[in-house]
Each structure stands twice: as C-alpha cells, then as structure tokens.
Design a protein around this ligand. Structure first.
Ligand SMILES: [Zn+2]
Length: 275
C-alpha cells in the first residue's frame, strides 16, 4: 500500500482502493448522510455526502475515478474524501476509520501554522520578497505604476492617487509575477542539464492548494505565484520536484531517490517552504 502524501499546503493521500475492498469489514453504525446534490461536471455525476466518525466530519464525494483521495484543507482542517462512484459504503467507512489518526495529525499541523495576515496594502505593512520582509510605502504617482525596493528594506509601491486596495494589490501582484518569471529560467536551465530532462513550457499561476504542478505528457510546469514570497531555495526545490516528475510520475521511493540525489537537503527546504 503506497501512501502518497502530496506536496501542497493541504495534506492529501491517495491509494488504490482494491487493497481495501479485500479487507473491508462490516462497520455499520456510521451512516453516510447525503447532504448534497448530484450535478453534472464534465459529464460525470458527482454525489456528495457527509460522514461522521465521532466528532470528525468528512465530506465524501463520489466520482467516476479509480482511487480514493483523502485530503485535509486549511484553514479549518476540513476533510474531504473523493471515492469511486460505486464503492461500497463499508469500504469508504473502513478506509476513513483507518485514517483517523493521520487526519488528526494533519489537522494539528494546520492549526499550528501562523495565520496569514489579511493584507490592506497600506503604509507600514509587511510584505515579503523572496523570503525577506519589506515595509510597504505607498507613493502616489501619475507616472508608471511600479514597485521599487530600497536597500534599507522599504518596498515603494507607486500607484495612482486615491487607488483602491484592489488596484494596489494588482500592481504588486503583477510586479511579483514578473520578478518570479525572471527568476525561473536559470533554475530550469541548470536542472535540465543536471537531471537530463527538458521542459517544454512553464508558467506562473495563482494556485490555492499547490506550489507547483507538472503535466508530464506536455512537459509543462506550473509554479505558484506565492513562491515569490519564499526564500529562492524554495523556488528551486519546487522546480526540481516538478522536473523529477518527468522521470517519475508518482511520489514513490524512486521519486524520492531522485530528489535526495539532486537536492539532498530537500527535507529542510520543504520545512521552510511550509513554515
Ligand atoms: Zn509532485
């Protein structure tokens, strides 16, 4: 049984449910309570239900898939299980029960995290740039809207007079995007040589739950815009991680073997990334 802990800000695992069908037993008192609806998404019927194990609430989604996916999501630690459409209720229950300790552990991790402050884009606010904190200074201009960093740790944000919070955020996000995009190619070039793979296409996206993703067929890598706020070693780690997927699709021993070979200190970097 391979448990595949995903590299994201939530915690997830997936496994082939056939292993469980064989060992599933009758566990009756917990019922799957349908809470939702069925709807058509990409021509698949999706049925949602709620499962309670003690005080633990699990949202169960039945879909036309082959594996069970279990994930715990920030900020509240909500739990979601996506299961094959026709999977027996006892199997779902058996699987959920067998993972209660794991779920509690992930929820504890999420609760232990610092809460992300709500940003207002006003003077004096802290903003990160590649791991370093800067104090924001909003400067009104009728010229080009831009961001300039000063050596003494000030982030000068030039925006139109009477700009709204959203407008300021947009200027900063665009600047962040360009900065991150400029930082990526040297890493890709370096690691294409080291690992011996080639990346066809890459881009930066706003991603809610992941730091990066890799489409193996298209050899396309997407990187989260949030990486611009982290130490550059985190960006490099995610790039290496996604590029190793071009050698190995799954997060298995072979995958981690490559990761350790190319970036031996990846566990520390990952800790920093998720801190
Ligand atoms: Zn991965």
């Amino acid at each position: 049984m391979v448990i595949n802990v995903q590299e994201k800000r939530g915690y997830g695992l997936s496994l082939n449910y056939r292993h469980f069908e064989a060992t599933a037993v009758e566990l009756a008192e917990n019922m799957l309570i349908p809470v939702g609806f069925s709807c058509w998404v990409r021509r698949e019927v999706i049925i949602m239900a709620k499962l309670m194990i003690g005080d633990l609430e699990i949202e169960v989604i039945r879909k036309k898939i082959k594996h069970i996916y279990l994930s715990v999501h920030p900020p509240t630690g909500s739990v979601r299980m996506t299961v094959p459409a026709r999977m027996a209720q006892e199997t779902i229950l058996f699987f959920a029960r067998s993972k209660v300790d794991w779920i509690r552990k992930q929820q504890a991790k999420i609760q232990a995290r610092p809460v992300q402050p709500v940003l207002e884009y006003v003077n004096g606010e802290n903003h990160l740039y590649f791991g370093k904190p800067y104090v924001l200074k909003v400067i009104e201009t009728n010229g080009r809207q831009r961001v300039e960093l000063s050596a003494d740790g000030v982030m000068n944000l030039y925006v139109r007079p009477n700009s709204t919070k959203d407008e300021r955020q947009k200027v900063l996000q665009e600047w962040y995007r360009w900065q991150l995009k400029a930082a990526i190619p040297p890493y890709i070039e370096k690691w294409e040589k080291e690992i011996g793979v080639s990346v066809q296409e890459w881009n930066v996206r706003q991603m809610k739950t992941k730091w990066g993703s890799c489409n193996i067929q298209a050899r396309r890598i997407w990187l989260s815009l949030e990486l611009v706020k982290k130490n550059p070693c985190c960006l490099e780690y995610i790039i290496v991680h996604e590029m190793i997927h071009l050698l190995e699709r799954y997060h298995n021993a072979r995958f981690y073997g490559y990761l350790t070979k190319y970036l031996p200190d990846w566990p520390e970097i990952r800790k920093e990334l998720n801190s």
